[in-house]
Design a protein. Structure first.
Length: 130
C-alpha cells in the first residue's frame, strides 16, 4: 500500500473587488507580513507560521448577505479571531475600515464586515489560557 499523501492547509483565499486594498486592511488588522504580491493577488503570512490569508481580485465580486436571505448572495466563509479585549479589537477594526454588522448573535462575539463588505470577521472574546 502506498503511503498517504501529506495534506496541509496553506491559506484561506478571500475574493475582493481589489485584492491589494483588502490585503492591506488584514495586514494592518493582524500585523502579518506580505509574503507574495502580484497583480490581482496578495498573500499574507502569520509571524509564527501556519496557514495564511490570500486575496484575489474578482471583477464580478458581489457582497454577501448575513444573515442569509433567499434573494441575496450568502456568506460562505468567515474568520473567527480570538481577542483578549473585545471592545479594543472592535475599535481597532473599525478604525481600519471595518463596519459592525447589524445582527449580533451573542454577547461575547462581535461580527464585523471587512472593507469589501463581507461579513467575515467574528471577534470572539475567549478566555486566554496560560
Amino acid at each position: 500500500m502506498a503511503p498517504r499523501t501529506r495534506l496541509t492547509l496553506a491559506a484561506t483565499t478571500l475574493d475582493a473587488p481589489d485584492a491589494h486594498q483588502l490585503a492591506q486592511f488584514y495586514q494592518s488588522l493582524l500585523g502579518w507580513q506580505i509574503e507574495k504580491e502580484e497583480p490581482g493577488w496578495v498573500e499574507l503570512a502569520p509571524p509564527d507560521g501556519g496557514a495564511g490569508l490570500s486575496f484575489q481580485t474578482e471583477p464580478l465580486f458581489s457582497r454577501p448577505r448575513w444573515p442569509a436571505t433567499r434573494s441575496e448572495h450568502q456568506m460562505m466563509v468567515h474568520l473567527d479571531i480570538e481577542v483578549s479585549d473585545l471592545p479594543s479589537a472592535v475599535e481597532h477594526a473599525l478604525a481600519l475600515g471595518a463596519t459592525l454588522a447589524d445582527f449580533q448573535p451573542q454577547a461575547g462575539v462581535r461580527v464585523l464586515c471587512d472593507p469589501a463588505g463581507s461579513p467575515v470577521l467574528s471577534f470572539c472574546a475567549l478566555p486566554l489560557t496560560a
